[in-house]
Design a protein around this ligand. Structure first.
Ligand code: FAD
Length: 324
């Protein structure tokens, strides 16, 4: 049965995050030929981003511009999104499983008294049902779930559900809705970005991760160079963060970020279960470790036994040669 599905878009510094397009693809599966409506909140200038959502498969977009929506707060976005949901009465809502998605969706679901399937890695329409797959037990198993009553509300894990093709001939309306947004209890004074290149780890296609084996802050330099030649970004194990070699914003794992890049290169990481929880669903895993017994080799597609300070520079040289 066709449905109206809302997609809550997310932007960073004026650019839509890729997971928004993936959420639109998921919404199109859920809507089953119904209507996919994008929603964007912010301070202003949302029209271009609204059009972008249409190019990726939304049928129309509602924007809410308000000075109190300049930066994300759950109070502000909660009020704006609730107003749009009240207006639209959607049968489905989809958002990325990002920091903001993780914060706002339980709040909305509770207000709507609906269920919420979080962190879905797949969505399929099966015999008239919408079935989501999501990881459990830190990614060691997957469960299939459906919402049988009320709004089909889900967050999707970045990098798992392929976005549709961008088609700038697609037409659709971008309309602005005026919403009173006030009584914000959290004041964001400043946002200080710690990651080296501004690429969000959870959306990165290539990650070069360093562990305690990197040995120092300077030890991360070859990893940064490898990330640069591969167009990727640098991540870390908690071992490296705890040792002070890098910032905790780079931590991947059970208590860090969950990532699913196309390529994950683990350098000097032993492969503790808590680290694997954050990266074992990467598409291709390469491990570089001087200990042939290291647990990381059990999840790696390709393993290199050796000293990372020998191996990484050689890899950089080889990749540069391939590019010439
Ligand atoms: P180590 O285990 O010390 O491994 C270093 C590796 O580097 C070794 O395998 C060694 O052989 C190799 N090595 C050394 N020198 C070189 C060299 N020159 N070249 C190549 N290889 C070399 N960890 C996470 O990563 N993420 C989490 O989110 C996380 N959450 C946790 C939550 C809890 C509740 C707990 C208890 C732990 C958590 N941990 C987490 C910590 C986890 O248990 C491990 O302690 C941590 O992952 C180890 O980091 P590491 O692999 O970098 O260090």
């Amino acid at each position: 049965m066709s449905k109206k599905v809302l997609v809550i878009g997310e932007a960073r510094e004026g650019t839509l995050r890729n997971v928004t397009f993936e959420a639109i693809a998921a919404a199109n599966i859920i809507s089953d030929g119904g209507e996919v409506v994008g929603v964007l909140c912010g301070e202003g200038q949302l029209e271009e981003m609204g059009k972008e959502m249409i190019y990726y498969g939304a049928d129309r977009v509602t924007t809410v511009a308000n000075e109190n929506l300049k930066t994300y707060t759950s109070d502000g976005y909660g009020q704006a999104l609730q107003a749009v949901i009240d207006d639209e009465s959607p049968e489905g809502i989809v958002m990325g499983h990002t920091s903001i998605g993780k914060d706002i969706t339980p709040k909305l679901a509770s207000r709507l008294e609906s269920g919420l399937i979080s962190d879905a890695t797949e969505v399929v329409a099966e015999d008239g049902k919408i079935v989501f797959t999501r990881p459990i037990y830190s990614g060691k198993a997957f469960e299939k779930k459906e919402i049988t009553d009320g709004i089909i509300f889900a967050t999707i894990r970045p990098n798992n559900i392929p976005a549709g093709q961008r088609d700038d001939s697609r037409m659709g309306e971008v309309t602005e809705k005026s919403v009173e947004v006030g009584n914000i209890r959290t004041i964001i004074k400043d946002i200080i970005r710690k990651s080296s290149d501004g690429v969000d780890l959870s959306e990165a296609k290539v990650i070069i991760a360093g562990g305690r084996g990197v040995k120092s802050e300077e030890g991360f330099e070859p990893l940064e160079q490898l990330a640069e030649v591969l167009g990727g970004t640098v991540g870390a194990s908690r071992g490296a963060c705890d040792a002070g070699y890098c910032d905790y914003s780079l931590q991947i794992g059970q208590t860090g970020k969950v990532v699913t890049p196309d390529l994950y290169i683990a350098c000097g990481i032993s492969g503790a279960i808590q680290h694997l929880a954050g990266m074992s669903n990467s598409k291709v895993i390469v491990a570089i470790n001087k200990d042939p017994e290291a647990n990381i080799f059990n999840v790696a597609d390709y393993g290199i036994v050796g000293d990372l300070f020998d191996v990484v520079p050689k890899l950089i040289e080889e990749i540069k040669q391939m590019k010439v």
